[in-house]
Design a protein around this ligand. Structure first.
Ligand code: CO8
Length: 252
């Protein structure tokens, strides 16, 4: 597994260094399936990495329904292929994906979305039985950020920007943004991002990911609590309470 992930990571690097020259008008046929919105290939020395490149450059890889259906189809094929050990999903240098396709959503009604369970199939990526790596550069916004977070590992390039700007469109994240972002960067930063639409860069995302989880925080708190028993002020505070007098703290 580690080796597969390493070779997938190398692929991410090489695809950043030399992005594929892909044309929006071109159709890609792999394993008998033709794709309009993505490029699908087997890559790596051993051809054991499934490679999916989002390919709607004119609209910054906006995630239309057809594109997400194709990603699902490609994942189905890679899952069924015993030679494939891991899958990489990437975009271009300018955009991983600038979100769900706003033009496609603009005129949808409540009845259509609610009754038809709009975009329910987006979850497919998070259900993959093989590890999926997002190689992100440029914009990863809204559904693009959510798509990256559905992957098991995110490799972010220096130009990567993550954000959940749905609030600026009068809506909210709908593909796990409020839930996965909270786990990825912590509640405080996630709330700030979701409530303001502000973006963070790769460095800030990495930094936030290093922040403590609740369990780690609780463990650290307990050890700090124990450490107060090494101070004179802790002894004085408790003694003063027992003796019904005001504590005389000395900052020691
Ligand atoms: N949808 C459709 N088209 C888009 C999108 C998008 N999300 N983003 C960019 N485009 C198009 C633009 O309309 C433009 O097209 P055209 O040339 O025809 O006008 C082209 O891409 C280039 O974009 P810009 O000219 O705007 O490029 P800039 O470099 O000036 O700006 C930005 C880049 C900042 C990324 C800007 O395009 C932007 O703000 N885009 C929208 C980002 C956004 O709001 N994303 C969230 C969308 S909502 C969402 O993702 C909800 C997900 C819910 C999933 C639910 C599953 C159940």
């Amino acid at each position: 597994m580690a080796l597969l992930c390493r070779s997938a990571a190398l692929l991410c690097k090489s695809s950043r260094a030399a992005p594929l020259a892909v044309s929006a008008a071109h159709k890609y046929t792999t394993g008998g399936v033709t794709y309009d919105y993505i490029v699908v290939e087997k890559r790596g020395e051993k051809q054991n990495v499934g490679f999916i490149q989002l390919n709607r450059p004119k609209v910054l890889n906006a995630l239309c329904d057809g594109l997400m259906l194709e990603v699902g189809k490609a994942l189905d094929a890679f899952e069924a292929d015993k030679d494939i050990g891991a899958v990489v999903i990437t975009g271009s240098d300018r955009a991983f994906a600038a979100g769900a396709d706003i033009k496609e959503m603009q005129n949808r009604t409540f009845q259509e979305c609610y009754g038809g369970n709009f975009l329910a199939h987006w979850n497919r990526v998070s259900m993959s039985k093989k590890p999926v790596i997002a190689a992100v550069n440029g914009f990863a916004l809204g559904g693009g950020c959510e798509l990256a977070m559905m992957c098991d590992i995110i490799y972010a390039g220096e130009k990567a920007h993550f954000g959940q700007p749905e609030i600026l469109l009068g809506t909210i994240p709908g593909a796990g943004g409020t839930q996965r972002l909270t786990r990825a960067v912590g509640k405080s930063l996630a709330m700030e991002m979701v409530l303001t639409g502000d973006r963070i860069n790769a460095q800030e995302a990495k930094q936030a990911a290093y922040e403590l989880t609740l369990a780690e925080g609780n463990r650290l708190e307990k050890r700090l609590f124990h450490s107060t028993f090494a101070t004179e002020d802790r002894k004085e505070g408790m003694t003063a309470f027992v003796e019904k007098r005001k504590a005389d703290f000395q900052d020691k």
